[in-house]
Design a protein around this ligand. Sequence first.
Ligand SMILES: Cc1ncc(COP(=O)(O)O)c(C=O)c1O
Length: 375
Amino acid sequence: MNEHSVQPGGYFLYHSIGQFEGKDQAMAAALAGFAGFWGAPDDGQWGQALALKARFLALWRQVIGAPEGSVTTCESVTAGLYAIIGALPADRLRGKRLLVAGDCFPSLHFLLSAAAARFGFTLDTVPLREGEFWVRDEDMIAAWGADVGLALLTLTTSTASHRPGLAELVAHGRAQGSLIGVDITQGAGVVPYSVDAPEVDFTISTSLKWLCGAPGAGIVHVHPRLIGECRPEFCGWFSQENPFSWDLDAFEYAPDIRRFDNGTPAVLAAAASIPGLEWYLTQAPGAIARHNLELCEQIIERADAAGLRLASPRQAERRGGSVMLQIDNAAATVDRLRAHGLFTDARGKILRLSPGWITEANAVDRLFDLLSARD
Ligand SMILES: Cc1ncc(COP(=O)(O)O)c(C=O)c1O
């Protein structure tokens, strides 16, 4: 029996890949549309391809409340962060501390560690306290002084779904004169976020999680006030106002976010992500978050009843769209659940449960019935 096809309600992997009903057909139609004009023996390809990129960016600007000319594409969140590090004025980083929490997404930490020497900053990682699942805001603030050139915050962590108090952290960081960036990957589409509330300097994300997009469709937002100061070293012909300005001595950055572009744009991932963004933006406001919250509350109730240890904040306003549980045999549990058409994953001893739009309440009950069953 292919339980996957008969029990779509058992999907708990929105922290990895988001789903909505009809996603496969909607993506197939988008990709067929692309193939249709890309394979046509005429000269209309780039006009249509760039229009899809523009559509993707316009949808993203709506999601995060960003003005025109402040959001562009990147391949991954890691690539987006690298583009920014390589673009900031040298004195924003050299001789300064770059502050990050120990529960940031590991890939970003790997990048920052590797980049520290060349860009001349000291990477300062605020640790988790013994036995805790996320870095406390008070520990971030205690570590955040005027020598912090840049702080990277995470809207929702990938191992605990913890939401730091962004307003308070940003207010503190502003008082220190630091630049502040936010990785919103685990929050975009399920947690409210606007680049202006609180105002941050840059935002990075992918589209494939709660926004149900495709891999390779990352975005970078840079506040317009900062864009003019940025000189991206990862640049190319598309970083210019006019990509066809090919005079080797006349390179000039575009005045807006396009300066963060480089070579020929990889528009396919953006095209494949448009259906997910359109789906998200046409749902009744708050409906997705409400459905998620109801299921998360149900998960917490059942976890408490089963005596399982919560590895996510109990307070809803401090939590993203997932509920993590600490269990000893997490990997084996994932396998057992999969055999019953319940799709989850684990990181070490942390079982990650992310119920989204297609996840059904009865799947939460089935999942906990299985967890409680001794077999
Ligand atoms: C918080 C967070 N940031 C970033 C990423 C992805 O980064 P990248 O696109 O570089 O693989 C993830 C993926 O799970 C994530 O959870």
